[in-house]
Design a protein around this ligand. Structure first.
Ligand code: F6R
Length: 608
């Protein structure tokens, strides 16, 4: 979590730093700060709250070199004294994303050397460590390298020194950082969206890299301290893809981008006549031949995508599948089966628990790894043998929307490819699935037309404190996802249950104040679901049902039915996700919450 930007230029860098932080605010938004070097002094501005506040406070600050940070608190409460940049003796300033695990030990050592700590953060040790080497004759690069050698944990950092207005140092290990290459100016940032304002040219730094930026050039050193060349790429992102445009919130924009995001994710397959394992990487066909089971590891919304995939994989490809929350798997003793395909799912590709679970799986003997991920250069992609990129584009709203539906599309492709390879899919079935996938973006577009109706419906949730979500089979994880969306952005307590489980306990909660949202596809479980809904109605519960055409569920006293299109078969979970996203969005609007930046959360969870 946390976002970093740094710049060295001939112009005033403060507007660049602030604009960059605004783009990175999704990574953390409880406080922000920046420092520039001018007149051989560090000029620091910090504020609690949002970057907009920092922008106001720094309106009269100028400098040609500086670093900036937007924070998601880990060590120390959100406050001005804990906001970055952290400084040592008015000489060294540091911004940091990640966690320094041995900071207590270092803090004790540095305190014994006479350093006085002004914050509760782990980051401040980095500033003092660099200072201790800098004042002992090392240059800024050497001091940073020496300090980094003492750190245990994850970091992306930016460093400047008051007496060195020409050089800015960046480094990364475990947390993301990239280098932006401009004309006679250079930048660092946690992700490219922060730099699109100034350049499209990007160098993706590798684990352990340290970079020294100056006006005219830059030098990169690898983890061993050897100077290296890294390729300069042209980013495919453009400013438009990270602008709000006609929408009120990024979440709304991203919900509406789903038809295009799905079309992009499915592009390579939908344009071809048949499914091939090669879409997962050159070694996929061999790997898929060797596997006899699947283990899916993910967190949050991505975990829900994995739960849907389990139904698909077992039913269509007849391959046993287990789905586990990454933060649980990594700490439990489990038995590795070298014939299992370990699938990690992650929008960011940075989630610390998912990454650690992947590495744990490899360490205990799993051989085959596949990542479904939205960020091409992410750690999870780089550390997996096989991959399928979801091409959702940047997801900025903290609540995941288009990443989820594109993950589902990618996992459905995995199911089909495995089903085909295992002889479970004949040519006619394959063609039918490809046809359905080609139709998916326009089917999603049709569901989006429910928006005005859902906006009206949302008004009935605004004064509620709790909600239940019900689904069965393939749509149980969709109910979970609907409940997660509602709770994270509207702060209404919401739980999801498989509808058949209601009578085993949760039914006791149902009364007129408990809205019950039901996902009602026209599938083989429909009649069972209808009985469950009767159980709710009989206890005075108010029902909000998203029902496929021809389910014969009609609106009546206490029953509000939203008419979905015809049942979409195996792809139905993707369609049923859309109205639940819209419902959460419009309830949050009613409640006046900060939709894109809900309290206490951040987008990329790079800490445990
Ligand atoms: C919820 C949400 C989170 C993420 C989770 C995993 O809307 O966004 O639950 O799904 O933090 O993140 P990724 O997919 O980046 O690994």
């Amino acid at each position: 979590m946390c976002g970093i930007v740094g710049a060295v230029a001939k112009r005033n860098v403060v507007p660049i730093l602030v604009q960059g932080l605004l783009r990175l605010e999704y990574r953390g938004y409880d406080s922000a700060g920046l420092v520039v070097v001018s007149d051989h002094k560090l000029h620091r501005v910090r504020s609690t709250g949002r970057v907009a506040e920092l922008a106001e406070k720094s309106a009269h600050t100028t400098g040609n070199i500086g670093i900036a940070h937007t924070r998601w608190a880990t060590h120390g409460v959100p406050s001005e004294r804990n906001a970055h940049p952290h400084m040592s003796c008015d000489l060294i300033a540091v911004v940091h994303n990640g966690i320094i695990e041995n900071y207590e030990e270092l803090r004790t050592q540095l305190t014994a050397q006479g350093y006085i700590f002004g914050s509760d953060t782990d980051t401040e040790v980095i500033a003092h460590l660099i200072h201790s080497y800098y004042t002992n004759g090392h240059d800024l690069l050497g001091s940073t390298q020496a300090a980094l050698a003492k750190l245990v944990g994850a970091y992306a950092i930016g460093v400047v020194a008051a007496d060195n207005p020409q050089k800015l140092i960046g480094a990364r290990k475990g947390s993301p950082l990239l280098l932006g290459v401009g004309e006679g100016e250079h930048f660092i940032a946690s992700d490219m969206s922060a730099l699109l304002q100034v350049t499209q040219k990007v160098v993706y730094l590798e684990e352990g890299d340290v970079v020294e930026l100056a006006l005219a050039d830059y030098r990169i050193f690898d983890a061993k301290g050897v100077e290296v060349k890294r390729p300069v790429n042209i980013s495919e992102l453009n400013n438009e893809s990270v602008e709000l445009g006609e929408y009120q919130h990024y979440m709304q924009k991203e919900i509406h981008e789903q038809p295009q995001a799905l079309a992009n994710t499915l592009e390579s397959v939908c344009n071809s006549q048949s499914l091939i394992p090669g879409i997962f990487g050159a070694e996929a066909a061999d790997a898929f031949d060797q596997i006899d089971s699947i283990l899916i590891l993910a967190c949050g919304t991505s975990h829900h995508a994995g739960m849907v995939a389990r139904y698909w994989l077992e039913e269509l490809a007849a391959i046993p599948c287990v789905v586990e929350i990454a933060s649980e798997y990594r700490y439990r003793t489990s038995v590795a089966n070298p014939r299992t395909l370990v699938v990690t799912i992650s929008q960011s590709g940075e989630t610390a628990d998912t990454l650690a679970a992947l590495n744990h799986a490899k360490a205990i003997g799993h051989l085959h790894t596949l990542a479904v991920c939205n960020v091409p250069e992410s750690a999870i992609i780089r550390q997996s043998k096989l991959r399928l990129l979801t091409r959702a584009g940047p997801e900025i709203g903290v609540a995941s929307t288009k990443a989820f539906t594109t993950q589902l599309a990618a996992l459905f492709l995995l199911t089909l490819v495995l089903a085909k390879q295992r002889g479970k899919l004949d040519m006619q079935q394959e063609q039918q699935h490809l046809h359905d996938l080609r139709h998916l973006p326009s089917a999603v577009m049709a569901v989006l037309k429910l928006e005005p109706e859902i906006a009206k419906l949302a008004k009935q949730f605004a004064d509620k404190h709790h909600a239940l979500f019900l689904g069965r089979g393939l749509h149980y994880p969709i109910a979970l996802e609907g409940a997660l969306k509602l709770k994270e952005i509207s702060y209404i307590h919401a739980e999801a249950y498989p509808a058949g489980e209601l009578k085993h306990g949760p039914l006791a909660l149902v009364d007129k104040d408990m809205p019950v949202v039901a996902v009602a596809p026209n599938d083989t479980l429909l009649e069972k679901l209808k009985s469950n809904l009767q159980e709710v109605r009989a206890r005075g519960g108010e029902l909000f049902v998203f029902a496929d055409a021809e389910t014969r569920i009609h609106s009546s006293e206490g029953v509000h039915v939203m008419q979905m299109p015809e049942h979409a078969g195996f792809l139905s979970p993707i369609l049923h996700t859309i109205p639940l996203q819209l419902l959460a969005y419009y309830v949050a609007l009613q409640k006046g919450t900060d939709v894109d930046k809900p309290r206490n959360l951040a987008k990329s969870v790079t800490v445990e």
